[in-house]
Write a protein that binds this ligand. Sequence first.
Ligand code: GLC
Length: 427
Amino acid sequence: MSLDKAKVQELIQEFTVSQKDLEQTAVNFQKDIEVGLVDISKSTMRLLKSYVGLPTGEEKGDFLALDFGGTNVRALRIRLLGAGKFEVLSKVAKPLYVPGQYDFIGPDAAATDLFDFIAGIIDEALAGDHTTPYKLGHTFSFPSSQTNLNNARLIIWTKEFATKGVEGEVVNDLLLEALQRRGVGNVEPVAVINDTVAVLLAAAYKQPDTYVGSIYATGHNTCYLEPHVAGEDKPMILNMECGGFSRLQTNRLDDLLDKDSEKPGEQRLEKMVSGRYMGVLFGMALGEAFGDKTGYGFTSIDMSNIVLDQSVDKSQVCAIVKAKAGQDIDVEEAEYVQKLVAAIIRRSAELVTSTYVGIVRHLAENGKIKKQHVAVDGSVYEKMPLVQDEMKKTLKALLPDDYEKVDTMLENGGSGLGAAIAAAMAE
Ligand code: GLC
């Protein structure tokens, strides 16, 4: 089979978003926030209350942090020193899924097995210390409804997680029971936050002028400090769950991917932009270009490596396509493949940035955009080639008069630090 280059051109067109459509996305996103604040049933996002505002930077003490939101779970002991400083005292990380060995996140896994495994990781981070009392902050990166800082109830799994018996449950109850089963009585879970909230807390602990926190990784989501939350007298961080934003123009492949996913109809923005799905979209597109409708198992890391191949013979591109699609391609075909990958990455970065613009405009006072940083964590933002450049270009295009006031800033590892800060703020 050879690569149909005209088809690749067509596919690139399908993944290209005009400046007008990007502007419309920013406008729709801002509207979705503003109608949602009044009546959440009118928004395609959730705008979930976090029951926490921004830290002062002076929070202090030793805390346990649990970071549960992707295929790796981490437990950390963190010492907050105040003045925006901290130390990681210990850290244990383990995957929840090892092919051929165990799987705590698939549809055959049960809640007790999952939480017993997590309790084991916490125990390891404690190095057998079952006496020193610890407050635990839990970064739980799935849509959860709360009525206080600690009682997060999982609304629905996202990112293709499917463990039975967790949806509808209060996650820290499941965690506490597992800790008790394991004989870890000195750990008290006191706070649950979304990873976006963790990023914002971690960034704001160190740096003023930060009101927006975002994850751009396996999944995608953003939170921000809302000055006026109904029924609250103080500003509060809202977890938007904007991976579910859907006032968007999807293309044919987006719709096919959605139909085949664990949760059709949900997380439409996330399925267009995040690392979990970009490789799938690329595999489907390449399948069409080879006239093979099966699609291939590419990952976002493959996509990065494809873009990064600057060699004359495009040996890396050819090798990746051979390994994943079983096809031999020549140099010219490899260049088409690179362009296709670039188009998918570019669209992702543009869409994500247009949502940031929607938030920044919503936060403007009397139409005046504040000088601020948007804190972002995640492998796609941090490591994927083209992403940060495209984000800068999009900020400039959508905020021609204000782009110098707004920048994105990497908040690396914020999930652990943010959980510790939330535990401190719970006191
Ligand atoms: C998914 C989750 C969301 C999380 C994001 C990033 O979108 O629903 O809660 O913040 O992934 O991990």
